[in-house]
Design a protein around this ligand. Structure first.
Ligand code: COA
Length: 387
């Protein structure tokens, strides 16, 4: 196995990009990543593209070949990775494997979703495909509903409060204000979150990630060749993934995501680090409760302790651990196929020292955590500066 580095990253602004189609979004992010890596489209040997539900959102399938075509990659192999909201993180892992194995040198990993051309109801139905169609969606539950069940149980078992969940949203909106790519560059208060309309009790509008358009791309290369392209390659020191039951009702516990725990433990083992060593992490906060679950399942806090820590500012920018400096899914937006790749781009900027107003001082080790559905897939990567 070869060491793998990220040599380039690119993003589009997330949000309602009404004037851009899927192709244009992918081109904007992909070309930015190529430019960042100082390579041309002719250097690229393979493309993995994460897209969750483009067929349902805009009627377009076969998106990997489309991305390769749009980016001028010619006749290289291109494969779409669909793993619900973890499509981007799963695509990154496939790119990592392709480079680590020695099969390809320069691999582009893209992620894209165009979600805002349908109504919220249609988007909700499409996103529902990430759960068990027969036993969950057909019975009428949506994703806010599934996470609301987890939130209620967490409140019951550990005394977690709605205000603690709201403080996740306040923090992530604050971070998003510092991110030029974010969908919501506006601050919200605890009162704003608590007073926002109820979506699925106890989750309110401002506890939810939004419906978004957007794309992200990263360029991978073997570490030994990375310096040829980029002075500050960022090494991927762990790539781990785990699965769980698709149905929430089949889980032993509603207050942990076992796939996150397993992927996290494997990632720490591969990297030879512990949670205490991580300076900055992008976790999958599709709902505010999901950030608390992630912080606990990844070992940053004991069970039931993350809510208080967020409330006390421990996870704010340059707090004890900086969590979701991009604004997370809540503030930056959640174009589902793009999210896992965007998380990698944010950590690369942080470790290069290029994160501008949201820079974590002295960040050396970073992590990304991308979840599919209500936790049936979890992908965790750990990154280090390569110098
Ligand atoms: N956070 C903050 N503001 C939001 C928002 C969110 N999540 N979603 C919508 N808004 C804002 C819109 O910008 C709009 O503001 P405006 O009136 O100033 O333009 C307003 O709220 C109404 O937007 P609308 O699109 O009508 O909201 P909606 O009620 O149709 O949809 C949700 C809101 C929460 C239901 C929708 O965002 C949603 O389904 N989110 C979850 C997505 C999801 O499940 N992802 C997968 C996770 S596993």
């Amino acid at each position: 196995m070869r060491d793998v580095a990220v040599i380039g990253v690119g993003l589009t602004k997330f949000g309602e990009r009404w004037n851009l189609g899927l192709k244009e979004l992918m081109a904007e992010a992909g070309l930015a990543a190529l430019e960042d890596a100082s390579i041309s489209s002719h250097d690229v040997e393979m493309l993995y593209g994460g897209t969750m539900a483009s067929g349902r959102f805009i009627g377009q399938e076969h998106t990997a070949a489309l991305m390769a075509d749009q980016l001028g990659f010619g006749n290289i192999p291109a494969v779409r990775i669909e793993n619900a909201c973890a499509s981007g993180g799963s695509a990154l892992r496939q790119g990592y494997i392709a480079v680590a194995s020695g099969i390809h040198d320069v691999v582009v990993v893209g992620g894209v979703e165009k979600m805002t051309d349908v109504t919220s109801g249609e988007a909700s139905t499409a996103l529902g495909g990430a759960g068990d169609q027969e036993w969950e969606l057909f019975q009428g539950i949506t994703f806010p509903g599934l996470y609301a069940l987890m939130a209620r149980r967490h409140m019951f078992e550990y005394g977690t409060t709605e205000e603690q969940m709201a403080s996740v949203s306040v923090k992530n909106h604050e971070n998003a204000c510092r991110n030029e790519f974010a969908q919501f560059r506006k601050r919200v208060s605890i009162d704003d979150v608590m007073g926002s309309k109820m979506v699925s009790d106890p989750l309110k509008l401002l506890d939810c990630s939004p419906i978004s358009d957007g794309a992200a791309a990263v360029v991978l290369a073997p570490l030994e060749k990375a310096k040829k392209y980029n002075d500050t390659p960022i090494k991927i020191v762990a790539s781990a993934q785990a699965s769980d039951t698709l149905r929430l009702a089949d889980r032993e516990s509603l207050t942990e995501l076992k796939a996150t725990k397993i992927a996290g433990q494997n990632a720490y083992r591969q990297a030879g680090v512990t949670a205490d060593d991580i300076d900055v992490v992008e976790v999958h906060d599709c709902f505010t409760i999901a950030e608390l679950l992630a912080m606990e399942d990844l070992g940053f806090y004991g069970k039931g302790k993350a809510g208080k820590a967020v409330q006390e500012g421990e996870t704010a920018l340059n707090g004890r651990i900086s969590v979701n400096t991009s604004g997370g899914l809540k503030g930056c937006g959640h174009p589902v196929g793009a999210t896992g790749v965007k998380q990698a781009a944010e950590i690369v900027w942080q470790l290069r020292g290029d994160a501008k107003d949201r820079q974590v001082n002295g960040a050396e080790i970073g992590m990304t955590h991308n979840v599919g559905g209500s936790g049936a897939t979890a992908v965790v990567h750990i990154y280090k500066r390569a110098d």
